[in-house]
Design a protein around this ligand. Structure first.
Ligand code: SF4
Ligand code: SF4
Length: 123
């Protein structure tokens, strides 16, 4: 397993080599119009250890709706893989754009909004 795939596995517990690139996940994704690369194509990049996988907007457009995960015939949690790619990117950049401690009345925000902000809008 290549290093990028290892990191994805570490974070998401998903083995990208289980994917046989059928495209079923991408076919069900409602956000592909906004993505520069389809979800299964990003997985293929990870399989090939192509760091371009981290530069695509796919994982950032992903809304974690889990449709892809439900559709995968190999039982892969594609949404978790997308999340792992975001996390790797955030860790590589080493800084966060939003300082959650500075948000006023944060306790009044829905928890899901805080989680999304922490995972998606921090670079
Ligand atoms: S549905 Fe599953 S096996 Fe098919 S391309 Fe997507 S992740 Fe790979
Ligand atoms: S979890 Fe992300 S990649 Fe999967 S179908 Fe939903 S938006 Fe698309």
């Amino acid at each position: 397993m290549n290093e990028l795939a290892e990191r994805v596995k570490e974070i998401s517990d998903q083995n990208v080599y289980s994917c046989y690139l059928c495209g079923n996940c991408s076919a069900g994704c409602m956000f592909t119009d906004e993505m520069d690369t389809l979800p299964h194509q990003v997985i293929a990049l990870v399989q090939m250890e192509d760091k371009d996988a981290l530069e695509k907007n796919t994982s950032w457009i992903c809304a974690s709706c889990f449709v892809c995960s439900v559709r995968c015939p190999r039982g892969l949690d594609v949404a978790a893989i997308m999340e792992a790619l975001r996390e790797i990117k955030i860790r590589e950049r080493g800084f966060r754009k939003i300082d959650l401690r500075k948000i006023k009345d944060i306790e009044k925000l829905p928890q899901i909004a805080i989680t999304a902000a922490a995972q998606k809008f921090t670079w």
